[in-house]
Write a protein of this length. Structure first.
Lengths: 439, 105
């Protein structure tokens, strides 16, 4: 809810009798912050305020006031409240109409095609699929105890927050746009990074301002030191895994390109379901190091360990492969037994090492719309004798992309509360955070 | 129909939905609204919700719990559960009678 809508909400609540407000006012305001207002909301509050003034339990408060003017004051208070409600009704109705013009048409999308979370976990941005031929929108959400939708802007997946959390890169027609989220309620486009087609992956280097953007046939490296004037510093003629993109549209493609923690190595998905490693220690002269894992299956997500000594990647069939990167030019594969197999070519995927690098956790939501959510964790401490995965399957029939928080301690995804695929609420209204596995 | 529910006037139907929502555990206002939308398809508005909650609390059918931040959960009381049980039984009788009469002979 905007500042103006918040003020109008407070004004509407102020129309209730003072004693009622002292008891219920704050919780009603908290509810209104979460609720998507409509003219019906305003009408119900107007009727509620009027009805409460006429309620004997609250009318008594005015009638017991001494003096001959008390009944008049009560009547005046009721009339004034009703008048104020009418004024507020008009104001909020106008606000609602404007709000509908701005956002309502884009909030009917069922799927969250991509998700990025700021480093402080206070903001999340989701990409909505608006359907073939429709322009896409990215939605800015506040995460936390009182989650709510803050704003939207034209864009699509993939998405990536800058390490400082003040700006975001989002795919747009013909390239990638950089958006300032200094005021999350009013995103401002500050630059456009032109590219050869539709971006399929975006990753910030840990040492900002270098950014890697993957396209179907190339990876571009950009310098964003001056956000208003980004310049391309190199292009890697590497074919991304087009088949993966085609069959795994909601795989969370921000996971399909990644920098190592020291920023010196870049991992990209490549042709034939392979992963390529690039030395980007001199970003203007990237050098191919190795290509591994050919034909393992369409790659859904990849992740470096915090120390950069391992690279894990997950196929859409649930096969996990881990490479030791003692020498990045010569990755050594480690067989991971007990990897669960799920027959999915469409779903939402996320993969991350734990903070200490001892565990690797994958989140998979099969089929997006109504399949189960699977969370598996592998112990990667001893790759010579790896243990089977510890998996949990939830009935979690809600569509949407997932990702891990930057500190690797939690998963962020669509909030199931209030979601009902067969009812009036066919999309999630918020993002929620939960630990990878209990305990 | 239960006489006590009739006394709630235009808040009778919302009160039934709220008591049903709270029957399986405490919820705060927004959670009650989303739960009702999920199990009944009824989109209850905040003014209606708090109009009904005020009356339910006054009758002792729900009780407020300590606030969680600014959100205050409510739980159904023993008398509230008894009234809900009676009201649902009354509605079940109506449903049975209606279905029997509407069925093709």
């Amino acid at each position: 809810m905007s500042g103006l809508a918040g003020q109008l909400s407070r004004l509407m609540v102020s129309c209730y009798p003072r004693r009622w407000r002292r008891r219920y006012g704050e919780e009603l305001l908290a509810l209104l912050e979460e609720h998507q207002p409509s003219p019906r909301t305003v009408a119900s509050l107007a009727l509620g305020a009027l009805g409460t003034h006429l309620d004997p339990a609250y009318r008594r408060e005015g009638i017991t006031m001494p003096g001959p003017g008390s009944p008049l004051r009560t009547a005046a208070a009721v009339a004034a409240s009703f008048g104020a409600v009418i004024l507020v009704f008009g104001g909020l109705l106008a606000l609602e109409i404007r709000h509908e013009q701005q956002t309502d048409g884009v909030l009917t999308a069922d799927y969250s095609a991509g998700l990025a979370v700021s480093s402080d976990t206070r903001l999340g941005v989701t990409a909505q699929s608006s359907g073939p031929g429709s322009p896409g929108f990215d939605l800015v959400w506040r995460i936390g105890a009182h989650p709510k939708l803050l704003a939207h802007f034209p864009g699509a997946a993939p998405l990536a927050f800058a390490p400082h959390g003040q700006s975001l890169l989002a795919a747009s027609p013909g390239g990638v746009s950089e958006w300032s989220l200094a005021n999350p309620a009013k995103p401002v486009r500050i630059a456009t990074l032109r590219g050869p087609g539709t971006a399929v992956g975006i990753a910030y280097a840990p040492a900002h301002p270098t950014v890697a953007i993957a396209y179907s046939k190339a990876v571009q490296l950009w310098n964003l030191a001056n956000p208003a004037a980004p310049h391309r510093i190199a292009t890697i003629a590497a074919a991304a895994n087009v088949s993966t993109m085609a069959t795994c549209g909601n795989c969370g493609s921000q996971n399909q390109i990644a920098f190592s923690p020291d920023g010196r190595t870049l991992a990209t998905t490549a042709a034939h379901h392979a992963v390529s490693l690039w030395d980007v220690s001199t970003p203007w002269a990237p050098r191919h190091l190795a290509t591994v894992g050919r034909d393992a299956g369409p790659i859904a997500a990849l992740a470096f360990s915090p120390a950069g000594s391992q690279l894990g990647y997950l196929t859409v069939y649930g096969k996990l492969t881990v490479f030791r990167l003692t020498e990045p030019a010569h990755p050594v594969p480690a067989a991971i037994p007990g990897s669960p197999t799920w027959l999915a070519q469409s779903g939402a995927y996320a993969l991350s090492y734990s903070t200490g690098g001892t565990r690797l956790t994958a989140v998979v939501l099969i089929q997006n719309a109504s399949g189960p959510r699977i969370i598996c964790t592998w112990n990667t401490t001893n790759l010579s004798q790896p243990l089977p995965a510890d998996c949990r399957t939830d009935h979690f029939s809600i569509p949407g992309a997932f990702t891990f928080t930057v500190d690797r301690t939690a998963i962020v995804g669509p909030d199931p509360r209030g979601y009902n695929p067969n009812g009036p609420n066919t999309r999630s209204n918020a993002l929620s955070i939960w630990p990878p596995l209990p305990g | 129909m239960h006489q006590k529910f009739d006394d709630l006037g235009r808040f009778a139907d919302p009160s039934l939905l709220i008591l049903t929502s709270l029957a399986d555990g405490p919820r705060h206002g927004y959670a009650i609204m989303t739960d009702i939308a999920a199990f009944s398809g009824v989109k209850m508005e905040p003014g209606t919700l708090y109009g009904a909650l005020t009356r339910l609390e006054r009758r002792g059918w729900v009780r407020p719990l300590p606030a969680d931040d600014r959100r205050r959960p409510y739980e159904i009381t023993g008398p509230g559960r008894a009234v809900l049980t009676e009201q649902l039984a009354s509605m079940a009788r109506i449903v049975t009678a209606g279905q029997r009469r509407i069925a093709p002979a």
